[in-house]
Design a protein around this ligand. Sequence first.
Ligand code: HEM
Length: 180
Amino acid sequence: MFESPQENPYPDSHVLGEGPEPHPLLRPVLPLLGRWHGRGRGEYPTLEQDFRYEQEITFSHDGRPFLRYEARAWLIDASGTPVRPAGREAGWWRVTPDASLEVVLAHPTGIVETYVGRVSDTEIEIETKDVALTPLAKEVTGTRRRYALQGAEMTVTHDMAAVGQPLRHHLTAHLRRRPS
Ligand code: HEM
């Protein structure tokens, strides 16, 4: 017989002061919590044209020592009009007792990345440890990301080694935390 379940007693929260108390190990990454939105520009040596995009990123937690991460992007034209959906990714940012980071990200394009990284006061840098590819995925061998925080603003930079190229700039976005 089906027994009625109760509401999930462990909801995620992306707002400090709402939902579960953040785990003490999350202290160095608390400035990431929230819903971020902004615009970016992208390029790669193999691409004929640069591109512009908008992006939304959400960092949330459930009281344990990791963040839940989700990001969606869509291309825009020079006037800001949406052109088509682009990069999407989801994953987990685990904070270790010595305040370093272990990150797992999965992409719908058949790529899974594990990262290790560091948090300083206002900057987080993560670099791939391993990249796993499904048979149809583009060849990505490594990536490096920087998240530079200035209060409610954040600059995200993404370099990657892919399709025969060494580590090169792919994306830079300027985001602002949405009022909750
Ligand atoms: C904000 C997120 C992202 C946006 C807006 C974006 C956008 C683009 C665009 C517009 C292209 C050109 C091909 C196309 O039109 O689809 C491209 C190529 C590519 N992107 Fe991204 N991308 C994003 C994130 C990523 C991430 C996270 C990775 C790797 C994990 C990645 C890896 C690649 C690769 C391997 C190519 C192919 C280059 C080639 O074949 O010459 N991208 N990206």
